[in-house]
Design a protein around this ligand. Structure first.
Ligand SMILES: NC(=O)c1ccc[n+]([C@@H]2O[C@H](COP(=O)([O-])OP(=O)(O)OC[C@H]3O[C@@H](n4cnc5c(N)ncnc54)[C@H](OP(=O)(O)O)[C@@H]3O)[C@@H](O)[C@H]2O)c1
Length: 208
């Protein structure tokens, strides 16, 4: 793995692992990942598959082929289809992007299922405690954290060829403004990385 590929792991990989562990997913269970085509989501799809889940990945049209290529069993194009209307009931709904309505998706979650919310927006924050009280669903809203052991676990998966990073574009440090502009278009597939040349680093000991 190159430095550029590795750079995506402590963010998307570690954060995905944090939330997936809280999902207590069992082999054969159904997991839906909303916003699966970005940094956290592309790792979450692969890690959920490693944990034995049947994975449905939700994102926009241009990201669906990539999501299938990294192992998603099913894909849903949110610009054309509402997953709440496909009749499938999931054991875990991992909302990476913050657009899932806890109320509207309640029937898409098993009675003892879990919502994992990586980016809880106001509606989810306000509704979360009420939803916990009214249902037997778990509603998990946390800031992801990680340990060295988590990174070693991810590294071992990478070295075993079971986990890959998805990189859309690479920008040199001096073009970081353009990189941000591209990310803000929403078109990014997986990750955008900034490459740092020797000359950019004031550290004579650095080797790349
Ligand atoms: N809780 C924590 O500790 C923690 C840690 C890190 C990050 N976060 C947060 O987690 C969020 C996700 O991070 P990320 O880096 O994975 O973001 P990202 O790379 O931007 O990925 C988000 C994905 O969601 C898709 N999307 C947008 N609207 C959608 C919708 N309505 N339905 C389904 N998919 C939709 C986007 O695709 P399109 O634009 O093509 O629609 C994109 O592929 C960020 O808001 C970040 O701040 C939380």
């Amino acid at each position: 793995m190159s430095y550029e590929e590795a750079a995506t792991v402590p963010f998307g990989g570690r954060d995905a692992l944090h939330f997936l562990r809280l999902g207590h997913i069992q082999p054969g269970q159904k997991m839906l990942i909303n916003g699966a085509g970005g940094s956290i989501g592309t790792f979450a799809v692969q890690l959920a598959k490693i944990m034995g889940a049947e994975v449905t990945a939700v994102d926009s049209t241009a990201k669906l082929d990539m999501l299938k290529s990294i192992g998603a069993d099913h894909v849903v194009d949110y610009t054309k289809e509402d997953f709440n209307k496909n009749g499938v009931v999931y054991d875990v709904i991992f909302d990476v992007v913050g657009t899932v309505s806890l109320a509207d998706s309640a029937d898409s979650l098993t009675p003892d299922g879990a919502y994992l919310l990586a980016n809880p927006l106001r509606g989810q924050i306000l509704r979360g405690p009420w939803h916990r009280w009214r249902s037997s669903h778990r509603v998990v809203m946390q800031t992801a954290s990680g340990t060295v052991e988590d990174l070693v676990y991810l590294r071992d998966l990478i070295e075993a060829g079971k986990l890959q990073t998805v990189i859309d574009r690479r920008y040199p440090l001096e073009e970081i403004v353009e990189a941000h502009r591209y990310v803000e278009t929403g078109a990014k597939i997986g990750n955008v990385v900034i490459t740092i040349a020797h000359d950019d680093i004031d550290n004579k000991g650095f080797e790349a």
